[in-house]
Structure formats: structure tokens, C-alpha cells
Design a protein around this ligand. Structure first.
Ligand code: SF4
Ligand code: SF4
Length: 348
């Protein structure tokens, strides 16, 4: 992989110059969280850890009209806005790779692919906070799935080229980068050591699929089910959750129908409701068990890796402390500060 360096002061002019590749999006502060915004790159916060909603929203929007029906026919909607998406950390790039596998491996989803092919993906290094655990899910570094990747070394960035598109971008902006020297690589190695030491979550994920499988009948699922609000936040913020529902939206006067897909959640009661009124997962405990066994066991056997990239979003945003860390601690019998692990909660 080729690597150049770029002076810190060149970042904003560089990102501004990418408008020819489409709208430029990056992380900005909003309230207590970060969101992706299409604004001047000067506003991007390169210290942002995780955005509230991950980059999956660019490739599977929360609501996406993929077919349009009119009297006499229908049309696929393969429109895809050209975008440059800046600031994805290694965990989120791994999640996009999971998305790519899911939407292309067995059946190539043209609506996803149109959006993916129209995007330039630019990764950015990060320092972990107290919720990050990508060092446990083997997703703390990234080698593919981006066009460019920036490593922040303080006064300069290392710029890694990850695709022919990334190569073209740099080749056309040669004046903004320089060749790396021995000191740059030395500083990079020091930076990596510092980052590895910064992870605060200490937990073993060894043998996790077997432990989750063997815990199928554990009463821990009932404890969590009693606390869970079925709000679906965990699935909405998770960068690797792929589920959607399909609905038809009618406009009788225009004699037009939009067929949309909308984000959906296996935490919702209706998710497992079938014709005739039977529900395969009526209890919240059953829906939680589905999510965790799918992420940590099922995905592993099908794709060879868990569908959790350690981004810490479920840790940050579940209102009742149900997240990969508290669940793994509970299943492994380790000390667990989640309130549902310590109290008897009455099932509603
Ligand atoms: S686990 Fe937490 S975030 Fe997920 S549905 Fe239950 S309460 Fe909501
Ligand atoms: S399960 Fe939680 S930590 Fe893992 S990728 Fe999803 S939101 Fe991030």
C-alpha cells in the first residue's frame, strides 16, 4: 500500500478540492454527539470518536425509495448522489466491509451498489475512549475498504492509498503531499504503540461464540428482557445492522406508488410476527438473544467474523445498559455494573 504525508494545514484545502467527486461529508459536533454533515471541511472535528448514526446511512438510507410504480409500468431508482465521506475510523470501515459482504456476496443488491460506487471513502485514525473495544474484535486496524486513510501524527498526516480512485485523487493533487521519510515511519510506530496502550476495556472475547451458544437457556436473557425497552436504538446505531422493512406508499391522486425500504429492528415486537398472528419472538428476552447470537455466533459461522466491530455505540446509547460488553460480562460470569445485572426487574 503506498503512503504519503500531508501537512496538517493542507487537510481543509484538500477536502475542499474534492468537491469534484461530490458532496463532502464529515463528522461535526451536535449536542452531546457527533453526526456526519455536508458542510465546509473547516467545521469537521477530526477528534470525533463515534458519530451517533454510522455511515451505513449513506448506503442504506433510513428511508429509500427503490421502485416507482405508475400506470403501465415501474422503474428502478438507481440514483446515487456522488459523495466524499471523510472521517471513518477502522471499526466503521470494517462495518462497511461487512455491509458490502452482506449486500453483494449471494445477491448483488443494485440499490446498495449504486450508492457504494458513487462514494469516495476517506478513513481517519482515532484514539479510543472508554467505550471502544475494537482491540477485542480484531477491528482496530484496517487494510481494505477505503480509498484513502489518514493517520494523524500531530503536525502531519500519513495518507495511505487504498484504491485506484484514491491513487487518482492523490496523483491529481501532488502539490499537497510529500514522500515519507524514515522519521515519519518511526513516529507512526510510536503512535501505534501509544494507541494500543490507550484502550481501557479489559475483557476476553476468547471462545465467545461457544459461550453464547451454550448460554441459550441462561436466565440472563430474562433479566435483560425485563429491562429492555424495545426501543431499537441498539440496532439503529449499530454500523453493521442491515435489516430493513419494505412498504408501499400510495399517492392516489398522482396514481403513483413508491416502494420504500426503511430501517427496521429485530428488537421490535412485530419483527417476528407472521400471518395468522403467531409471533416467534414475543418476549423481549427472545429478541435480545436473537440479536446477540446473530452478531456473535451466526455471523461468525457464515462470514468468518463477528458482526460487531467494537465501535461502542450500543455501549454509549442503550438507555438501560444492555450492550455487547455488559452482555459478554454477564454470560462469562464477570463483574458487571449494568443495573439489570444487579437488580430484580419486573417483566412488563
Ligand atoms: S437493548 Fe437497549 S437500545 Fe436495544 S432495544 Fe433494548 S433498551 Fe433499546
Ligand atoms: S454491537 Fe455495539 S459495539 Fe458492536 S458494532 Fe454494533 S453498536 Fe458497535
Amino acid at each position: 500500500m503506498r503512503v504519503f504525508k500531508m501537512k496538517k494545514g493542507n487537510l481543509v484545502p484538500f477536502l475542499r478540492s474534492l468537491k469534484e467527486y461530490g458532496e463532502v461529508w464529515g463528522p461535526v459536533k451536535k449536542g452531546d454527539s457527533y453526526v456526519y454533515a455536508n458542510t465546509d471541511p473547516e467545521e469537521f472535528d477530526i477528534t470525533a470518536i463515534r458519530t451517533l448514526i454510522p455511515a451505513k446511512k449513506f448506503f442504506l438510507p433510513q428511508k429509500d425509495t427503490f421502485l416507482k410504480f405508475k400506470k403501465g409500468g415501474w422503474k428502478e431508482n438507481l440514483n446515487a448522489p456522488k459523495r466524499v465521506i471523510f472521517g471513518l475510523h477502522p471499526c466503521d470501515l470494517h462495518a462497511l466491509n461487512i455491509y458490502h459482504e452482506f449486500y453483494t456476496r449471494i445477491y448483488e443488491d443494485p440499490f446498495y451498489l449504486a450508492k457504494r460506487n458513487a462514494a469516495v471513502i476517506i478513513g481517519l485514525s482515532c484514539m479510543p475512549d472508554e467505550h471502544c473495544f475494537c482491540h477485542l474484535t480484531d477491528t482496530s486496524t484496517i487494510e481494505e475498504g477505503f480509498d484513502l486513510f489518514f493517520t494523524d501524527l500531530g503536525d502531519r498526516f500519513l495518507v495511505w492509498i487504498g484504491s485506484p480512485k484514491g491513487d487518482e485523487i492523490i496523483a491529481r493533487r501532488k502539490e499537497m503531499v510529500e514522500e515519507t521519510e524514515t522519521d515519519d515511519i518511526k513516529d507512526y510506530i510510536e503512535w501505534r504503540k501509544k494507541r494500543e496502550k490507550s484502550f481501557k476495556v479489559d475483557l476476553s472475547f476468547t471462545g465467545l461464540p461457544e459461550i453464547v451458544s451454550a448460554s441459550y437457556d441462561s436466565d440472563i436473557w430474562d433479566k435483560m428482557g425485563a429491562a429492555c425497552l424495545s426501543c431499537g436504538t441498539c440496532t439503529m446505531v449499530c454500523p453493521s445492522c442491515t435489516c430493513f422493512d419494505v412498504e408501499d406508499e400510495y399517492d392516489i391522486r398522482a396514481e403513483e406508488v413508491n416502494r420504500n425500504r426503511k430501517w427496521y429492528s429485530c428488537m421490535f415486537r412485530e419483527y417476528s410476527l407472521v400471518a395468522g398472528g403467531h409471533n416467534f419472538r414475543e418476549a423481549r428476552s427472545e429478541r435480545l438473544r436473537l440479536w446477540y447470537t446473530h452478531k456473535l455466533v451466526g455471523f461468525m459461522s457464515e462470514y468468518g467474523e463477528p458482526a460487531c466491530t467494537g465501535c461502542g455505540r450500543c455501549v454509549s446509547y442503550c438507555p438501560v445498559d444492555i450492550n455487547v460488553l455488559s452482555v459478554v460480562r454477564a454470560l462469562m460470569g464477570e463483574k458487571n455494573d449494568a443495573f439489570w445485572a444487579k437488580t430484580e426487574v419486573k417483566q412488563l
